[in-house]
Write a protein that binds this ligand. Structure first.
Ligand SMILES: [Mn+2]
Length: 299
C-alpha cells in the first residue's frame, strides 16, 4: 500500500470471548513496535489510543446465558461506534486500522463505518461465521454473534448501536475461511445472502484470486470496503495465541500473500485484526505474526 495517513485504534474488548486475554492484544502489539513499524513503512500514523470510557474491559467469567456480558459489550461498542464515526468524519481519507480485542468489537466498528458511509462492503475472514443469534448460540458469547448483528439479526440493544439496521447488507458481505458452524447458525447463514467460501472452497478458487475478486465486486457497489480479519482463520499451528482455534486453517504464507495482495489492490479503506490473545501465545510468535500480517496489508 502506498504511504497513507493511518489512524490506529486499539479496542481492548475482552468480555465477548470465552477465555481471558484478548483484551491485552492492543497493548502488546504497541509494546512490540506496531506504530514504529507503520512509520518505517512510510505512513503517517496517529495513534488514537484505546477506546476511552469508564468501563471494565478485563475478561470475567459469566454464568452462561443467551447473551453474556451484554451491558459491558454494549458500553464498549457504543464508545467504539462514536470513536470510529468521529474519526471517519474528521479524516475520511485516512486508513483506519483497528487492533483488538475479541471479535465482539466489530459491532462497534461496523456501526461507526456504516453511519459514516453510504454503502458498506465487508470482507470477513475468519475460522467461524460469527453468525449466531441469542437463540442459536450454544455459549452466549457475543464474539460469535457480531457478523449476525451487523447484518441485522441479534439482541435489539446491539442492533441499535448504529443509526442503520442492518449496518451492512448481507449481499455486501463476503465470508472467507469458516470451517466450523453451530447448527442454528448454519441455518441462518444458509437462509442469508452472505457470500460464503469455506476454507476448502476458498483454497480451490485461489486464496488470493477469490479475495481480490470479492473486493472488486464489493468496491463496484460500495463506497467503503472494510476487512475484518480474525487471526483464527489461520491454522492453529501458526497462531497458538488465539482463544478459539480450529484445525485446518490457512498457512502463515497464505495469509501474508493474501493481505499483501489486498493492500496492493488499493480498494480496502479500513481493517481490523482481532482475537490475538497474548496470554495463550508461545514464545511471542503469534504476536510477531500479527505484526507481519498488518505489515503485509499496509507495507
Ligand atoms: Mn471471529
Amino acid at each position: 500500500m502506498s504511504p497513507r495517513t493511518i489512524k490506529l485504534l486499539g479496542i481492548q474488548a475482552g468480555r465477548g470471548a470465552a477465555r481471558p486475554g484478548a483484551e491485552d492484544g492492543p497493548y502488546v502489539l504497541r509494546e512490540r513496535g506496531l506504530v514504529q513499524q507503520l512509520i518505517r513503512a512510510g505512513h503517517s500514523v496517529e495513534d488514537l489510543g484505546d477506546i476511552p470510557g469508564e468501563f471494565e474491559t478485563r475478561f470475567a467469567s459469566a454464568p452462561p446465558g443467551p447473551v453474556n456480558h451484554l451491558r459491558n459489550v454494549l458500553q464498549v461498542n457504543r464508545h467504539t461506534h462514536a470513536c470510529v464515526l468521529g474519526t471517519r468524519r474528521k479524516a475520511p481519507g485516512a486508513f483506519l486500522l483497528v487492533v483488538g480485542g475479541d471479535h465482539s468489537l466489530a459491532i462497534g466498528t461496523l456501526a461507526g463505518l456504516s453511519d459514516a458511509c453510504r454503502r458498506l462492503g465487508l470482507l470477513w475472514i475468519d475460522a467461524h461465521a460469527d453468525f449466531n443469534d441469542p437463540a442459536t448460540s450454544p455459549s452466549g458469547n457475543i464474539h460469535g454473534m457480531s457478523l449476525a448483528v451487523a447484518c441485522g439479526n441479534g439482541h435489539r440493544d446491539l442492533l441499535l448501536i448504529s443509526d442503520y439496521n442492518p449496518m451492512v447488507d448481507e449481499q455486501d458481505v463476503y465470508l472467507l475461511g469458516p470451517r466450523i458452524f453451530d447448527v442454528g447458525e448454519r441455518e441462518n447463514l444458509a437462509a442469508s445472502r452472505v457470500h460464503l467460501l469455506g476454507t476448502d472452497e476458498w483454497r480451490a478458487r485461489g486464496i488470493v484470486d477469490a479475495a481480490l475478486s470479492a473486493a472488486r465486486d464489493l468496491a463496484a457497489g460500495c463506497d467503503h470496503l472494510h476487512v475484518s480479519f480474525d487471526i483464527d482463520v489461520l491454522d492453529p499451528a501458526f497462531v497458538p495465541g488465539t482463544g478459539t482455534p480450529v484445525p485446518g486453517g490457512i498457512t502463515a504464507d497464505e495469509a501474508r500473500v493474501l493481505l499483501a495482495a489486498l493492500g496492493r489492490q488499493g480498494l480496502v479503506a479500513s481493517a481490523e485484526f482481532v482475537e490475538y490473545n497474548p496470554s495463550l501465545d508461545q514464545d511471542g510468535r503469534t504476536g510477531g505474526l500479527v505484526l507481519e500480517l498488518i505489515a503485509a496489508l499496509l507495507g
